[in-house]
Design a protein around this ligand. Structure first.
Ligand code: NAD
Ligand code: WQD
Length: 345
């Protein structure tokens, strides 16, 4: 039987690369589109090592409608799209809002415009728990209110969700599954692919592992005076491979016409909240390294506590986060050690 072909935008990035691996393992043919603005083409070697198959790769900017049109003409019969490509640094989005609005909105609009022209009927979209803001209660489910965004980045996710809904509502012959990720962390267990932040990491786990390996002197823990058991913030840390697997299920659901609504939304999290200090202690346990950290003041704009109610994804998609937080942190550490071994960091 002919393999189904999936276009993965942002496929050389962190979540995208792990998803390409799972798609290929599940028998899909993958075409990656990435402009390499936040990733490196070497990732393709890692994917090939794990799966034995090299995905097609096209260095294209999703904002370039002409180049995207040519891509759809070249790779005829794309069956579905997973759209990861976006700029994602919250702080940078405050400094450069137009860059974020242009990159994150135009990319999606280009893809949506081309889908009917090339008979592509389904798109999976990467959204974020950031759309919920500070929850009124936890765990939070998909019906919780969307709160005003606290950054241009967060706003792009909200607007993108609305663009998809409005387009479908207009009668466009497409369907979409919107996945709201909580905090993806960790790496593939082979340590062939993982997260590779450019410059100083903004996110907690790469900062922890880089401090563990002494690329960074000290981790600052932003606040221990929150209304949580140990005073540090609480998040729902989801293993990136678990997250990747949810995309394969979502794609299959779209291609087999099993969706119940033209736009479906799912939270992707574990359902368990873990505090920043707890995560540090898990890291210390699995790595055997004492982490140099100090408590500093709160970071502006931080959410105090948020974790998912993943019941809908568990019951409707039949997907569940499986990896333990220990194994996940161990995978992040193994990846950091591999980067050292390769002389990258
Ligand atoms: P990433 O930066 O590692 O991957 C994004 C990829 O998209 C990069 O390879 C980048 O080069 C590419 N890209 C950016 N703009 C592009 C454009 N205009 N054309 C082509 N390629 C482009 O980020 P990630 O962590 O893998 O995130 C993937 C998606 O998931 C993003 O949409 C992000 O907003 C979303 N998301 C991420 C998190 C997280 O914590 N990592 C949480 C929630 C949602
Ligand atoms: C987690 C916790 C920090 C770094 C961000 C985006 C969000 C989403 C996921 C995409 C917080 C604390 C962190 C450090 C620390 N991305 N921390 N010291 O803030 O949950 O969410 O990534 O959609 O939109 O805002 O993730 O990893 O930055 O922080 O103490 O050096 O770790 O204060 O409590 P966050 P994070």
């Amino acid at each position: 039987m002919k393999k189904k072909k999936i276009l993965v935008t942002g496929g050389t990035g962190y979540i995208g690369s792990h998803t390409v691996v799972e798609l290929q393992n599940a028998g899909y043919e993958v075409v990656i589109v990435d402009n390499l603005s936040n990733s490196n083409a070497d990732v393709l070697e890692g994917i090939t090592k794990i799966t034995g198959t090299r995905p097609f790769f096209e260095k294209i900017d999703c904002n370039d409608l002409t180049a995207l049109t040519a891509l759809f003409k070249k790779h005829r019969h794309i069956d579905g799209i997973i759209h990861f490509a976006a700029s994602k640094a919250v702080g940078e989005s405050v400094q450069k809002p137009l860059l974020y609005y242009r990159n994150n909105l135009v990319s999606l609009m280009n893809l949506l415009e081309l889908m009917p022209q090339f008979d592509v009927s389904g798109i999976v979209f990467s959204s974020s728990c950031t759309v919920y803001g500070e929850p009124d209660e936890n765990p939070i489910d998909e019906n919780a209110p969307i709160k005003p965004a606290t950054s241009p980045y967060g706003n792009t996710k909200q607007i993108n969700e609305e663009i998809i809904r409005d387009y479908v509502h207009s009668g466009a012959p497409i369907k979409s599954i919107i996945l709201r990720y909580f905090n993806p962390i960790g790496a593939h267990s082979s340590a062939e692919i993982g997260e590779l932040p450019i410059g100083v990491p903004q996110n907690l786990v790469p900062y922890i592992t880089q401090t563990g390996i002494k690329v960074r002197k000290q981790l600052s823990v932003f606040g221990d005076d929150y209304d949580t058991p140990d005073g540090s913030c609480i998040r729902d840390f989801i293993n990136v491979v678990d997250l990747a697997k949810a995309h394969v299920i979502a794609v299959e659901r779209m291609l087999k016409n099993k969706t119940e609504e033209a736009v479906e939304i799912f939270n992707l999290g574990t359902g368990v909240g873990v505090s920043v200090l707890e995560l540090i202690h898990v890291f210390e346990k699995v790595s055997g390294e004492k982490l140099n950290y100090k408590i500093v003041g709160r970071r502006e704009g931080d959410i105090e506590k948020i974790w998912a109610n993943p019941d809908k994804a568990n019951n409707v998609l039949g997907w569940k986060a499986e990896e333990s937080i220990e194994d996940t942190m161990e995978s992040a550490w193994k990846w950091q050690l591999k980067l050292r071994e390769k002389g990258i960091m």
